[in-house]
Every structure is written in C-alpha cells, then in structure tokens.
Design a protein around this ligand. Sequence first.
Ligand code: OGA
Ligand code: NI
Length: 364
Amino acid sequence: MAPLPISSIRVGKIEDVQELFKSKPNKVPERFIREENERGVIVSSLKTHHLHHQIPVIDLSKLSKPNSHDFLFEILRLSQACEDWGFFQVINHGIEVEVVEDIEKVATEFFDMPLEEKKKYPMEPGTVQGYGQAFIFSEDQKLDWCNMFALGVHPPQIRNPKLWPSKPARFSESLEDYSKEVRKLCKKLLKYIAISLGLKEERFEEMFGEAVQAVRMNYYPPCSSPDLVLGLSPHSDGSALTVLQQSKNSCVGLQILKDNTWVPVLPLPNALVINIGDTIEVLTNGKYKSVEHRAVTNMEKERLTIVTFYAPNYEVEIEPMSELVDDETNPCKYRSYNHGDYSYHYVSNKLQGKKSLDFAKILN
Ligand code: OGA
Ligand code: NI
C-alpha cells in the first residue's frame, strides 16, 4: 500500500456519489459517463441467466473430514472452480452470522454519516487507504459510481491509525473481529487450494510469511442511468485470494468476464464470494485464473460490499511454483518478482482489466 508522491498527481474534482445522488438524483455528470463499449449494460439474457447457475458453490462443511468421499469430491469441484471460473461462492464457511451482520451494520453506519465526518479520513490522491475513490491518476479519467472506504489491516505496520474512524463507535472492534475470522477462512481456503493442486497443504502458508490483509468497503448508491456508468471498473485483483461479502438483500452488481460475456454473480444468503487473485495465477503458472470482474449499479437499490484482499508479505518473491512448471509441456509464463513491487505497481495504475499482470508476463 505504498503511496505515490501526492504532489505529482492531479485528479480534478471528484464528486462524492452519495451526495450527488442525494442532491441531483436524476443527473449523471459527464465524468461518470462511460464510452459506449465499456458501459455497464445489465444483461439478463437467457445466456447469462443460464451461466450464473454454473458459478460453483463450494460447501466447506464437506471439507471437514479429510479423505472422505465428500472431501475428495468437493476438492475436485474446488479445483474446477479455480481453473474454469476463478470465482466461487462458499457456504458453511464457519464465520458466525453475527460477525458478518455486525461488519455490515457498522459499514452501513459509516457510509450513512454526513460527508464532513467521512472526510476526516480522506483517501489522498495516489493512495489506496481512506474514504474516497482509489486508482484515479488524471483529471480526465472517468470515475466509478462508487464510494470506497479502504484500510490496511494486517500486519500492523500497514495500518494508518489516523484513518481508522472513531465513529461509528464500534467500527474498529467489529473490523478487528471480522478480519480475524476472514483471515482464518483465507488460510483454510489456501490449504484446500494447495491440496487441490496436489501440493502439501502448508505450501502457501509457508511461502506467504506474515500475510498482508486489507479491507475495502464499496458503497454503490442507486444511479438514475445505470446503463451509462460503471460501479467499479473492470479489473483483476492483485491479491492471492479475495473474499467478498455482499450486503443482505443486496441486488446483483458483481459481474465476471467469462467467454467474453459479463456474467452476474447472484448473491446467495449466507455465502461469501471468493476469487483467485493475480498472485495465485502466477504461482500456479496460469492454471488457476485471476478473472476480470466489475460492478454495475442499480436504478433503485443501493449496494454495499465488504471486500478483503489477502496476499503474501511484501518481502516475498513470487514466481510460478516449480511443481507446476514443465519446460516441455507447460513452460513458465511469468517472471519472478517481489510481491511488494507488484503491489506498488498495482496501486499506481488505474484499474484496466488484466493489464496489471503484464508486469509479470513473459512475452514470447
Ligand atoms: C473489488 C471488487 C466488486 C463489488 O473491490 O475488488 O471487485 O461487487 N468489488 O464490490
Ligand atoms: Ni475486485
């Protein structure tokens, strides 16, 4: 989460979308209107409807007894999910419903506070923590129809204590509780992912060192012209794994790119959405995919997501794992790099599909 020199970045006026929606509910300023080819058209054709039913749902309760039939079957489904989709939802994930509801409650309370209060925790241009819009680097760059509040959580050195809000009063406590649980879940998932690749279960844990964990809360107010804007620009995540919680009763918003079609991920009650980030794509030499995704908005309903990014320590060197590379049949597709350098590269460029990974691609 290393910041760029602030003075060198001119981002122009960034209007707060919640305030915009409150004061001029029918007007979408020019800076939010996308080129025709990138608009967030909400397709609900038969094709996408059919496809969403295939986004795998993994039942973690089936993974509690190693070597049982259920276990092996679910591991196989997990490996197919990571290979074919890069996305899946988990149910019976072990995080208490109170913890999930609590973070949602404090996040909602945070976004509902007056702008002056939220502005006490500003995301400065070129940085990715605090309240505002991230990944904006020029005055003419289009803006997303989204307010973000992002914080580094772990290890403690990446925290910026000035950005942890004093209101709502229980915010920090709830975030700590939630983050601990999500961290356990990520460790568990990485263990299962290692098994699904035929690796020993501690393979990622040992490599990652003290993993970096950050949270981003995305608040998408309703938009009078959802077909002209995007909630969040297309991107892949720079993490190893991402855990996305969609607020209760939230409408469809997340879409993933599958066979050139934007496929909606329908919220399932008590499920969390997991996706493979760029780091796992590199480590598995492209076997498991970090899939491009985006968010669209809704004309009537707001939407809140709480997103956790889990990644190796910044010190760690990343390269395709030797077990998954074969000079003859599966040559190495990515160069070796330092994860801190990749994180810096990721946060110093605008979100643009899978472009960040060009950083590591070996071009033939
Ligand atoms: C993200 C992300 C999607 C959403 O924050 O990286 O992809 O639906 N969010 O909020
Ligand atoms: Ni994402």
